[in-house]
Design a protein around this ligand. Structure first.
Ligand SMILES: [Ca+2]
Ligand SMILES: [Ca+2]
Length: 255
């Protein structure tokens, strides 16, 4: 009987922890910014950092922070664009440009999440006529920053975040294989306009990744990636969740 009670407490506590981790359907809006470099070359090679930045389908896709992998796909040639920064940022692609750089993933805190967020990215893909080109983080060194800087790197959005954000290749989660790119960050408050410019600018490994955005005579290229996120409750709310479930168990009559 005592063992059963202990088991029940553990199960209920685990359920409480999991539901606390999903934080009642918390979500973030994900979109991308592309830099209008028009520098031809190897996909995901260093495309440089000159040219304006357009947002692609800004804040148009939702990442539900429930710990599942979700696919995000962008088609710069046909998605709505919105000017972000730089002289060529005019909410349209520059005529004749076939190449760009994946400058950042924009993470909007539209629901005002204030607990720490852990977000993983895997299988960043530029799909072109010859097939998909994929960064799956399988060959990357653990703990390295690859493709994306730490969330607090960009001066555009650093003031939206508490200090201590990080990005590192991790084997804690994976959509493909056994590795992905993990980012940890926490917004300074719940203001729903705060966002992260998770930039590729000058990243130690694979900076300014070049992408193809138009291929004349071929299907329109896409840029996609998988993401998953969890909101990590502060220790106080964890204990509260556990304490509440223990109380529920102990109130149950014994059979
Ligand atoms: Ca433009
Ligand atoms: Ca992977």
């Amino acid at each position: 009987m005592r063992h059963l009670s202990t088991k029940m407490v553990c199960v209920v506590c685990l359920v409480a922890l999991v539901s606390a981790l999903t934080a009642e359907g918390a979500s973030l809006q994900l979109s991308i910014g592309i830099r209008e470099t028009n520098s031809a070359g190897t996909i995901f090679g260093d495309g440089g950092s000159s040219g304006g930045i357009e947002w692609v389908n800004r804040d148009g896709q939702t990442l539900i922070a429930d710990g599942t992998w979700q696919l995000f796909t962008f088609t710069p040639a046909t998605d709505p664009l919105l000017a972000f920064a730089g002289t060529t940022a005019n909410s349209m692609l520059e005529p004749g440009h076939e190449w760009a750089v994946l400058e950042h993933i924009r993470i909007l805190n539209d629901m005002g999440v204030t607990d720490p967020v852990r977000l993983w990215i895997d299988d960043v893909t530029n799909t072109v006529a010859s097939g998909p080109v994929v960064q799956d983080f399988e060959a990357a060194a653990l703990d390295a920053e690859v493709m994306f800087q730490e969330p607090g790197f960009s001066g555009s959005t650093a003031s939206n975040l508490l200090p201590g954000s990080m990005t590192a290749v991790s084997n804690s989660m994976a959509n493909s294989g056994s590795q992905s790119l993990q980012t940890d960050f926490q917004f300074v408050d719940g203001t729903p306009t705060r966002w992260v410019r998770l930039t590729t600018f000058g990243t130690p490994n694979q900076p300014n990744p070049r992408v193809r955005i138009i291929e004349p005579g071929a299907p329109t290229p896409t840029i996609s990636f998988y993401a998953k996120a969890m909101v990590i409750p502060e220790p106080g709310s964890l204990l509260l969740a556990c304490g509440l479930s223990l109380a529920v168990v102990y109130r149950r009559p014994r059979r």
